[in-house]
Design a protein around this ligand. Structure first.
Ligand SMILES: Cc1cc2nc3c(=O)[nH]c(=O)nc-3n(C[C@H](O)[C@H](O)[C@H](O)COP(=O)(O)OP(=O)(O)OC[C@H]3O[C@@H](n4cnc5c(N)ncnc54)[C@H](O)[C@@H]3O)c2cc1C
Length: 415
């Protein structure tokens, strides 16, 4: 434990970030009390399978849960299931729980994550309009999916597309509505977007790009169709709204901490109050892989590595957060893996076989390699992570040269 750090560690939010922090504290030898407070009515579970194999019914909850109940007991992690922190009293150094209790903290970690963004659309309250973030929402969606025929997905990001892949594989009619001109436009390069859109079309899904849903219309309280700004009406007995998330920063803001697209933290993931950290989807941090600019990332890697970084600090090994961001998405038989942050790239180079669906896109800005997207090329992704984490560069010419040894470049010793 770092000098001056007294009392229990209280963690608010028991998902990827919160759970990992509790586990890492014990792994790193922290011996004091650890409270993990989570407002969902379940043991901490992994979210990625919710839009993939768990939604599809291919795996059970035992494959989704992070650890069985015994883990918490054995590691003396006090897990408060179904409990919500409603306020932070920084002067008194305690948090208030909705169940009436107060918890004193020596250090407070906010791992409150994010929640579904609900668009201001008439009809969002209709029966049959769904979201996909929590276990409860997944169960509801799975039941409804079995009975649905015509599905409209609003938003062609990762979650909307992953859901569409599962729904299409079950033979459902799927129409995806997207405001921008391509799928995954926030996170993927143009070739990757085009490749995925073509794959969905080939699988029988339909798209409306540059299209705005303006109303969800119902009959007898149930969804009936989605109306677009163009006037087009898309029949629907199930609508998935997947238009991004809102970081849960209200608790921090009410306690006087800065919140700007996430809870603002420094390079060590501490807020302006050194006794309070923020990690995972809820945290906006200066990202060394984004030219030091504030970033708020939504990935398992980010949540888990943030947690490890704070655990290190709390056991007296402070360091700046510098882990390389990486991400994956599984859409049917297609696996997309991204190393680095490619946002803002001005040039790309293709490597591999685009037509055959096994390729990587090297993304550059002003000639500097920012990141690499790989589609069904896991070896490229593994090399990309090593390469970028070590701060090495591969020129556009090298990237496009099939005979260039990416593995050797990733493994090369510096200097
Ligand atoms: C369907 C789906 C699929 C995904 N697939 C992938 C993928 O393939 N790869 C990938 O890298 N990432 C994926 N992600 C993203 C990844 O799951 C998130 O980045 C990750 O869950 C972030 O973890 P977190 O702990 O920061 O926040 P969250 O997972 O949002 O968890 C925060 C938790 O805190 C709780 N909470 C909030 N406020 C309070 C409070 N006041 N008191 C108590 N509890 C509170 C919330 O209810 C929630 O349980 C996916 C996400 C979803 C939803």
């Amino acid at each position: 434990m770092s000098d001056g750090m007294k009392g229990p560690v209280v963690i608010v939010g028991a998902s990827h970030a919160g759970f990992q922090l509790a586990a890492s504290l014990r792994q790193h030898g922290y011996d004091g009390p650890v409270f993990l407070v989570g407002d969902e009515p379940a043991l901490p579970y992994q979210r990625p399978p919710l839009s993939k194999d768990y939604l599809d019914g291919k795996i059970g909850f035992d494959m989704v849960v992070m650890r069985p109940e015994a883990f918490f007991r054995d590691h003396r992690i006090e897990f408060l299931q179904g409990a919500r922190v409603t306020a932070i009293d920084r002067a008194a150094r305690h948090v208030q729980l909705d169940v009436g209790e107060r918890l004193a903290y020596g250090h407070l970690a906010l791992a409150t994550g994010a929640r579904n963004r609900v668009p201001p659309l008439p009809g969002v309250e209709l029966d049959g309009v769904c979201y996909l973030r929590t276990l409860a929402e997944t169960h509801d969606l799975r039941d409804r999916l079995a009975a649905a025929d015509h599905i409209v997905v609003i938003g062609a990001g990762f979650i909307g597309l992953e859901f569409a892949a599962v729904a299409r594989a079950k033979g459902k009619q799927v129409h995806i509505v997207e405001l921008t001109d391509r799928v995954m436009s926030r996170v993927a390069s143009v070739p990757t977007s085009h490749f995925f859109a073509a794959a969905y079309r080939a699988a029988g899904a339909a798209f409306s790009f540059g299209a705005q849903a303006v109303r969800i219309a119902g009959q007898g309280g149930r969804v009936d169709h989605v109306e677009l700004a163009s006037g087009e009406r898309l029949p629907a007995d199930l609508v998935l709204v997947s238009v991004g998330v809102v970081p849960n920063g209200e608790l921090a803001a009410a306690a006087g901490l800065a919140v700007a697209n996430g809870i603002v933290v420094d390079a060590q993931l501490a807020t302006a109050d050194p006794l309070i950290s923020a990690i995972g989807d809820c945290a906006s941090f200066p990202c060394v892989h984004f030219e030091g600019q504030p970033a708020r990332l939504e990935s398992v890697q980010n949540a888990a590595d943030h947690a490890r970084c704070v655990a290190d600090r709390l056991v007296g090994k402070p360091q700046s957060y510098s882990a390389l961001p990486w991400f994956w998405s599984e859409q049917g038989k297609l696996r997309l893996q991204i190393a680095g942050l490619t946002t803002g790239h001005d040039h790309h180079v293709l490597r591999g076989d685009f037509e055959a669906g096994s390729f990587s896109v090297f993304c550059y800005k002003h000639g500097r390699l920012l990141g690499i997207e790989s589609v069904n090329r896991p070896a490229d992704h593994a090399h990309a992570r090593r390469l970028l984490a070590a701060g090495r560069q591969v020129s556009p010419q090298q990237a496009g040269d099939a005979s260039f040894d990416l593995r050797a470049a990733a493994a090369a010793r510096p200097g």
